[in-house]
Design a protein around this ligand. Structure first.
Ligand SMILES: [Zn+2]
Length: 115
């Protein structure tokens, strides 16, 4: 099964949001369609967590905010030990952590190798 990183586009004004909100932040519309956000995002900011919540298997964890353009930003785990502002990342689907013995899957962001 393939997972696409999708946002939610307002059917009234076209604003794309992630994650989904009940009402459009622009026009308060309530109808959305899913749109692909693409496979390249830019790292805006990040933080390294050294106090890892129980159940997370791969410390230290780096959390970042990435920008897909169009003001669409997402928070997620960054898969590098050397994050840099402005670096290009792509969303990948994978196991994030284990909670109560159950694997939790979601999107994380890995660097796109250049050159
Ligand atoms: Zn709208």
């Amino acid at each position: 099964m393939e997972h696409k990183f999708t946002g939610f586009k307002c059917k009234s004004c076209g604003r794309v949001m992630y994650p989904k909100h009940n009402r459009c932040l622009g026009c308060k519309g309530m109808e959305f369609e899913e749109v692909e956000l693409g496979d390249e995002a830019e790292l805006i900011t990040y933080t390294k967590l050294y106090a890892i919540p129980e159940g997370i298997e791969m410390p230290p964890l780096t959390l970042g905010i990435v920008d897909f353009g169009n003001n669409v930003r997402a928070l997620g785990q960054i898969m590098t030990d050397e994050p840099k502002m402005g670096m290009k990342l792509r969303p990948v689907w994978g196991k994030l952590r284990k909670i109560g013995g159950k694997d939790v899957f979601g999107f994380k962001f890995e660097p796109i190798e250049k050159g």
